[in-house]
Ligand binder design. Structure first.
Ligand code: AMP
Length: 409
């Protein structure tokens, strides 16, 4: 049995085939890496595009192509999926379900679901909360409905994993009518990644997830941290939008809302402020070296750039604050889980964070911390609070969710 998994976020589509077998999450991940055909189509609708096909058995193919819309993007991907040389399928009829990443499901959707008209309407209803993501997510679903008639589509929501948060975590201290009328509350994001690494961490630690208290840190271009108690989220750092919480590549994270009011009073438009806080802030804005990549910021810091040094210190400070707070609300976490591009790879960033957690009984093992891109324990055996790395795999999580909803064993 084979499946195609369709991911659609920030105008990115990636496809893969996954042979269902689940000895454990890590085994499944291994299987994924060995047997997947990964496909990415970037810049859909801009008139140019880039197709990257990775097939572990047959090498990598990259092409520049123009793509008008999601249906066309999908047809290009499908052609490659059954391509004699690079394809992982012999026929598209082998596809028996399609999994979709959808960013915002609001409060209505608490789990992955089969897509029907009600679910499509719910995605539309939440579009005002995720205007850059939900509309293209829905386009991806519609494209698959056309391309694979009769094949079920499963929507996997970024917000769903966070729906277990109690009101004390998700409510903002503003008049309740804003919540009741407009749905203004914390939703949280990166849920698919936090869910995946929580389960994989339990597997790695050899403990049931139901008995673990975890602080999962997704540190990529977007960054978020989540407190997970027994597999259930009790708090997370992103909010109504993915702008809240940690300092990120280009996003500001937590700021006094008075800053926004000040900018409004100065005469800046909503678009300008949106652009400033989402695209020109974070590591990019503070370091001011024209890059939001932690590798470049660290290199500039090492060359003596003062702003880059400050950016790194702020990034670490904020992460340590959240870890301390979440350790408290969890009444003592069992492990901190690092994932995402920075969490998986940045040896200096992890060192700076872990060195500040000694008071929690978290003692870095410098040798172990030298590894990158793999699951590893970063702390010494006598640590009271462990830190580990678990490489995230959102596509695999979408695949697993699709299979679970479909009822496959
Ligand atoms: P992601 O969004 O998870 O793909 O993460 C992308 C970000 O990870 C990049 O912008 C970099 O800041 C960071 N990153 C990736 N590799 C490294 C590395 N070896 N050292 C430091 N940062 C890294």
């Amino acid at each position: 049995m084979s499946k195609v998994f369709f991911r659609d976020m920030e105008f990115e589509v990636s496809e893969g085939v996954y042979q269902p077998r689940e000895d454990s999450y890590l085994a499944a991940e291994h299987l994924w890496k060995q047997e997947i055909a990964g496909k990415k189509v970037l810049e859909v609708g801009t008139g140019s595009g880039f197709l990257s096909v990775i097939c572990a058995k047959k090498g990598k193919l990259e092409e520049e192509i123009a793509i008008r819309d999601h249906t066309e993007a999908l047809s290009v991907v499908c052609e490659k999926l059954v391509n004699r040389e690079h394809g992982a399928l012999s026929s598209l009829s082998e596809v028996d379900a399609v999994g979709h990443r959808v960013v915002h499901g609001g409060e209505k959707i608490r789990d992955s679901v089969f897509v029907d008209e009600d679910v499509k309407q719910a995605i539309v209803d939440c579009s005002s909360l995720a205007p850059l993501h939900n509309p293209p997510n829905l386009n991806g679903i519609k494209a698959c409905e056309k391309t694979f008639p009769g094949v079920p589509n499963v929507a996997v929501f970024d917000t769903a994993f966070h729906q277990t948060m109690p009101p004390s975590s998700y409510m903002y201290a503003v008049p309740t009518e804003l919540y009741e009328r407009d749905g203004i509350r914390k939703y949280g994001f990166h849920g698919t990644s936090h869910k995946y690494v929580s389960a994989a961490a339990a597997d790695f630690l050899g403990e049931p997830l139901s008995e673990l208290k975890l602080i999962t840190c997704h540190l990529g271009n977007g960054c978020s941290v989540t407190a997970v108690d027994g597999g259930k989220v009790i708090d997370t750092s992103m909010g109504l939008t993915p702008l809240a919480g940690l300092m990120m590549g280009t996003r500001c994270g937590d700021i006094d809302p008075g800053v926004v009011l000040h900018l409004v009073e100065e005469g800046r438009s909503a678009d300008e402020i949106n652009n400033l806080l989402n695209k020109q802030s974070g590591l990019l804005g503070v370091a001011g070296i024209g890059s939001n990549d932690m590798r470049d910021i660290l290199a500039a810091r090492d060359e003596g750039n003062e702003n880059a040094r400050r950016a790194v210190e702020m990034y670490v400070h904020r992460l340590v604050l959240y870890i301390g707070a979440y350790n408290t609300i969890l009444e003592g976490a069992d492990a901190i889980v690092f994932t995402g591009g920075i969490g998986e790879n940045s040896v200096p960033t992890r060192r700076l964070v872990l060195e500040r957690l000694r008071s929690l009984g978290c003692y870095i093992d410098d040798q172990q911390n030298e590894s990158y891109g793999e699951a590893v324990t970063l702390t010494t055996a006598d640590s009271l609070l462990k830190a580990i790395v678990i490489p995230t795999n959102e596509e695999l999580m979408i695949a697993r969710e699709t299979r679970r909803i479909k009822g496959d064993k």
